[in-house]
Design a protein. Sequence first.
Length: 137
Amino acid sequence: MKKWKLVAGVASVFVLGLLVGSIGTGLYIRHRFPPPRKDHSERSAFLLKRFSHELDLTEEQRKKFKLIIDQVGKKLEDHFRKNHSEVGNIIEPGFSQMREVLSPDQKEKFDELKKRLDRHRRDGPRDGPPGPPPMLK
């Protein structure tokens, strides 16, 4: 009977360790890596707050940092939009070549898949790199 108590105690300690480790890791990741901000003004405010806190910026420095953050953010946004549209120009010839290889039934499925991918690319995130492609069924 004492052997079962020992096994149960060791198992309980192991399970509790896993539970505490998982919760602790989740909290650490959530605190250390905040979710991406989709709105440019949210990202700017977050960065400015972070720099102000970490570097103890004066009000004048904060104003200059804000201008710089806004300029860089605008350039990044323009860059992502430009490159995101160029991706379609690179992918389209490949889709055409793939379609030529398929049977008529496969072509129908391929066309539906391509519509979903195009919709995702068109309606996907606008502030930053594109998100992951939609899940295939």
